[in-house]
Design a protein around this ligand. Sequence first.
Ligand code: FNR
Length: 182
Amino acid sequence: MVKILAISGSLRSNSSNTNILRSMMELAADRIELSIYDGMGELPHFNPELDDELAMATVRDWRTQLQAADGILFCTPEYAHGVPGSLKNALDWIVASGEFMHKLTAVISASPAPDGGAKANAALVQTLRVMMAEIADDSILCIPAVYNKFNDRAELTDLETERALMSLLASLVNEIDLQAIS
Ligand code: FNR
């Protein structure tokens, strides 16, 4: 079973980005175990002086969940043309510990805007690549006009988006398989 840890960049309860990840849990084939990380709101503000392994249960758990995953899947909104602060904070805790090193990763952004949060997506890809995550070109996706893709029960109704999400998931799993045999 391929294990994928999904991370939403939004803390909002009815987040469209989290809803995309929830629909991907349903789209995931039998051989994919996709879970959504739910600890981002509890992480302390990053301070290198507080990076004490014994003191930080939330940080340890974040790192452990990343280590245990075969692949990582982000889905994030864009705030003021950048990555949401809470997501950037979570990533800053990983710079020194290195859990993204050679980790196969996919990056989705979603927004009501026509470019689907492309600027946050590009910034997130850049940060993750600095941390040596491996992100294939077909593991990057921007979803525009996201509010039109769901019904009022937060179910994905747009077939084109569903196909794009399935294709991205297939590409990520393929990359994970290739890494495993190389
Ligand atoms: C936004 N939004 C937004 N959208 C965008 O495409 N580019 C942007 O720069 C911003 N900036 C921004 C700042 C702040 C503070 C908020 C609250 C919102 C709109 C954003 O895409 C929209 O609220 C999404 O619904 C947020 O994603 P979730 O929470 O639905 O996943």
